[in-house]
Design a protein around this ligand. Structure first.
Ligand SMILES: NC(=O)c1ccc[n+]([C@@H]2O[C@H](COP(=O)([O-])OP(=O)(O)OC[C@H]3O[C@@H](n4cnc5c(N)ncnc54)[C@H](O)[C@@H]3O)[C@@H](O)[C@H]2O)c1
Ligand SMILES: [Fe+2]
Length: 381
């Protein structure tokens, strides 16, 4: 089935095979004449990136690229990107890539006109109102993975290179104006990235669904997002060129990010410090800590998970769902635990302190304390 769709929720989304050819039109729709394409180093040399630049070039929009983007991008990448944007006299950003390229592209567009340091815009209370919204540059987002959903998100994750802490930088206007979801761009992902990013989408849906906050719209989206992952992630993993599966995973990724306005939880609050200290892949780390977190939260989510299991066609309530997660992980080659990921428990106190400080912590169904979080970390080894 060839899926083509134009959505306006939560922003303009153009979904379908080959739609990267509409990139120049998307830029023009936002008034751009000289966009800066922001991506990571690996993607910069790939054919999909060259092709996107060709589309811009042929429409007279130039072919400027900034690619000094680390896997968990930091403030140094951001500074260099802002300089490249200003030096090049650009008027907007094409954020192109996985979560790393997308987030850094969005953050460059956000920060080019601000006078305060980026850390002043952390996602705390109304800190975002400190920004001058009129100075935020337009953003076109083009995801090349199907996981973070950053293309439809209003935040960017930035790692502080000195403290190794991951901070969420938020502003409602960081939501891209146009998104192009072309599943063909995701066909060349290495299998391990297909697995890891897909599990990130699943983690977003699962944690959003389980978070205690009242947001039934998001809960509904999260449920259907989980169903799409269940049906299509194993297919995309088995056959990377299965376009129907790739398309549906792009939808699931976007749905995860829309859903997590409801909240995230311990999976993300554990995974953020691990990623910040050990530079592990975000989604894969989520998948590794997922079963211990499910056990940790069991008493608070048993009934909810049983309802989800019924919707997903899984029998056995919470236990059935738990077993399903274990089998999905093993089908996707997810490491058994953090030890198998190559991490030793020697910095567990530091990890625990960071997890408690992580903003996702507040959305966990069972309140997280230093004591129970350390015990949870130890369960992950
Ligand atoms: N903004 C948000 O809401 C949000 C949510 C979750 C995660 N994140 C952030 O996103 C980042 C992770 O993003 P990710 O999982 O998409 O990984 P990524 O962007 O770090 O990319 C992982 C690797 O895959 C490669 N790659 C990407 N697309 C490819 C393709 N089509 N073909 C071949 N190789 C490809 C990249 O070059 C890179 O080496 C983390 O920094 C995380 O903190 C952000
Ligand atoms: Fe995530």
């Amino acid at each position: 089935m060839n899926i083509v769709a134009n959505w306006s929720y939560p922003t303009a989304i153009k979904l379908g095979r080959g739609r990267i050819k509409e990139l120049a039109d998307a830029c023009k729709a936002l008034g751009l004449k000289k966009p800066l394409l922001v991506t990571d180093r690996g993607l910069a040399s790939m054919a999909i990136t060259a092709h996107a630049l060709d589309v811009l070039d042929e429409a007279g929009l130039g072919r400027a690229v900034f690619s000094e983007v680390d896997p968990n991008p930091n403030e140094k990448n951001l500074e260099a990107g802002i300089k490249a944007y200003k030096d090049g006299g650009h008027d907007g950003v094409v954020a192109f890539g996985g979560g790393s390229g997308l987030d850094l592209g969005k953050l460059i567009a956000f920060m080019v006109g601000q006078t305060r340091p980026v850390w002043d815009f952390e996602d705390i209370g109304d800190w975002w109102t400190r920004a001058d919204a009129s100075k935020i540059a337009p953003i076109v987002a083009v995801p090349t993975t199907a996981g973070t959903g950053s293309e439809v998100g209003r935040a960017g994750v930035l790692t502080n290179s000195a403290t190794h802490v991951k901070k969420i930088i938020f502003h409602p206007r960081m939501l891209p104006g146009v998104v192009i979801c072309d599943p063909e761009l995701t066909v060349g992902m290495p299998r391990v990235i297909t697995a890891g990013t897909g599990m990130d989408a699943f983690a977003h849906c699962l944690e959003a669904y389980c978070s205690p906050f009242y947001h039934p719209m998001s809960a509904g989206i999260a449920l259907e997002g989980m169903r799409l992952v269940k049906e299509f992630l194993p297919r995309a993993y088995k056959d990377g060129s299965d376009i129907e599966a790739r398309t549906n995973m792009m939808s699931a990724a976007a749905m995860g990010a829309v859903a997590f306005q409801k909240g995230l939880g311990a999976i993300h609050s554990l995974s953020h410090p691990i990623g910040a200290i050990y530079n592990t892949h975000h989604g894969m780390t989520n998948a590794v800590v997922m079963p211990p977190v499910l056990r940790f939260n069991r008493t608070a989510i048993e009934e909810k998970i049983a309802r989800a299991a019924a919707y997903l066609g899984i029998s056995g309530g919470f236990d059935g769902f738990y077993d399903y997660v274990l089998s999905l992980r093993s089908d996707l080659g997810v490491p058994e635990n953090l030890t198998a990921m190559g991490i030793a428990p020697d910095r567990v106190d530091e990890l625990t302190a960071m997890a408690i400080e992580d903003p996702s912590c507040g959305g966990n169904p069972v309140p997280m304390t230093l004591e129970n979080t350390k015990a949870l970390f130890l369960e992950c080894f």
